[in-house]
Design a binder for this molecule. Structure first.
Ligand code: C5P
Length: 230
């Protein structure tokens, strides 16, 4: 059993029942689980509690972005649920990040989202956000300055961010695909091994595991790719 599994399986599913059935095919010593907007909206805090009761660390991926007081209070409720990791949008600004930091005890990791990888440069221009790489760096810097525990970033951004932010600042990377597997709608992908080599700490992997006929075996293959054994 691994004490600090690197892989976070994204439970992007519509129903709590489905999510629990999938969780029951996975091992809490081999992965962590991510609950996002769809599953949380459908199933609420009960799904987090049920996953925790099964021994899983839960990353509550709700990307809070609101006024500082509202975000701080939501973060506090998330921490009370016993989640392992929670995140907020760095674009909420320094006061929002500081309020979130104050509300989240050190037992829960507080992570910033910099620029969503779904934005292309045309969209960033419309939003007045300019160059993606520069913005990701400045927002990661802001997260570090406000005492956040790390950021979500693409594997391509991880290498540069790691040169600027030493551990324990965490880099959490989605967009992971085992070599030769389907990319689906992800564009800027890397294998788990490449992402870790670039400086990532945790790998968010969804469909390559959740859509597999045998999720447990798909997870084992992803773990083997990063040299994490059983
Ligand atoms: O199925 P797949 O491996 O593409 O799932 C990746 C997960 O990571 C999804 O839950 C997606 O919302 C999330 N994510 C992402 N890119 C980001 C931030 C989060 O793919 N920039």
């Amino acid at each position: 059993m691994s004490l600090d599994p690197r892989i976070i399986v994204a439970l992007d599913l519509a129903e709590g029942r489905e999510a629990l059935a999938l969780a029951d095919r996975l091992d809490p010593g081999a992965c962590r689980l991510k609950v996002g907007l769809e599953l949380f909206t459908a199933s609420g805090p009960a799904i987090v509690t049920a996953l925790r009761d099964r021994g899983f660390d839960v990353f509550l991926d709700l990307k809070y972005h609101d006024i500082p007081n509202t975000v701080a209070r939501a973060c506090a409720r998330a921490a009370e649920l016993g989640v392992w990791m929670v995140n907020v949008h760095a674009l909420g600004g320094p006061r929002m990040l500081a309020a979130a930091r104050k509300a989240v005890p050190p037992t829960t990791l507080l992570i910033g989202v910099t620029i969503l990888t779904s934005h292309d440069s045309a969209e960033l221009a419309v939003l007045g956000l300019g160059d993606a790489a520069a913005r990701v760096q400045s927002l990661a810097h802001l997260c570090a300055a406000e005492g956040l525990d790390g950021v979500v970033c693409s594997p391509q951004e991880a290498a540069l961010l790691r040169t600027r932010h030493a551990r324990p600042f965490r880099l959490v990377t989605p967009g992971i695909r085992p070599s030769g597997s389907e990319t689906q709608d992800q564009r800027r992908i890397a294998t788990g091994r490449e992402a870790l080599a670039a400086g990532a700490d945790y790998l968010v992997i969804g469909r390559p595991i959740t859509a597999a006929a045998r999720p447990h075996e798909a997870l084992a293959a992803c773990r083997a790719d990063i040299g994490e054994t059983g």
